[in-house]
Design a binder for this molecule. Sequence first.
Ligand SMILES: C[S@@+](CC[C@H](N)C(=O)[O-])C[C@H]1O[C@@H](n2cnc3c(N)ncnc32)[C@H](O)[C@@H]1O
Length: 232
Amino acid sequence: METIRGRASLELTASDFKRTVAGYEQILLDLGTGDGRYVRWMAEKHKERFFIGVDACRENLRDNSQRKLSNALFIIANAQALPLELNGLVSHITINFPWGSLLESLLNTNDPLISRLASIARPYAGMEIRINGEALVTAGWSLELGADQIEAILNANGWRSTSRSWMDAPVLRSFPTTWAKRLAFGRDPRAVQLKLIREEDSATDLHGCARIAELARNELNDQPTGYPRLIR
Ligand SMILES: C[S@@+](CC[C@H](N)C(=O)[O-])C[C@H]1O[C@@H](n2cnc3c(N)ncnc32)[C@H](O)[C@@H]1O
């Protein structure tokens, strides 16, 4: 897989990758990471977890990827063709303010991205998707109907919704990504946040329940101040 640190791009073999993430119980993946600010912020805050930022575009990643963080890695890849080495590894997926083909894939029934997300996710993995109004309008959807469509597709593919909340300008301002801050001061500072959990057939067994409870505990620790209120 192709990784990036600063201006240098580095091909990582499957065994190098395994060694890099060995020892981390939780591996979080930020898809469409942009300039990687969110990954850097999270990796500095949670040294005990490993963070992977993925984006198709390398230019914006130069600054944040050059910081020496032993628990972070930046991969250059298309969301629709995520490296196979990620299969079954990821305990939490975030997709913050997708646009372009990443957003299109989330809106399309039967898109290959949806099955790739299932392949990389561990049982009971968490997922957080934040989508902004303007990106959805550009893709031909209203904020509410676009969020409904993405949620319905994920629900039909083994992801159970746990919450939906709105993000307004103050919430966007306090959210630690570059795009959130840009949106907060833009002309349409509205976004929706969906949280989901990967369900397995055995979701009712005791192990499953314990795992879901553990994920819920971890999630609360991640909330920056001024986090969006729960509306359902
Ligand atoms: C609006 S930016 C958001 C960046 C970052 N998540 C943030 O909140 O600051 C959307 C990002 O999605 C990436 N993207 C769009 N389509 C993609 C695809 N098919 N695969 C990987 N990345 C993609 C773009 O390169 C861009 O960096």
